[in-house]
Design a protein around this ligand. Structure first.
Ligand SMILES: [Zn+2]
Length: 53
């Protein structure tokens, strides 16, 4: 089911990190050793945290 795949994409936050510099989404299981795919900035925050205040 195509629509189910889209939902899953949004729901699975565990592997999604946001670049602290350009806010690009980066999908990775290892943020410690991953840099932003867009700007190369090494500091990524977990997607969930953007709502945490
Ligand atoms: Zn970036």
């Amino acid at each position: 089911m195509a629509q189910r795949f889209e939902e899953a994409e949004e729901r699975v936050f565990d592997n999604i990190y946001i670049c602290r510099k350009c806010n690009a989404k980066n999908k990775t299981q290892d943020p410690e050793s991953t840099s932003c795919r867009k700007c190369g900035y090494p500091d990524l925050r977990k997607k969930n945290e953007q709502f945490a205040g």
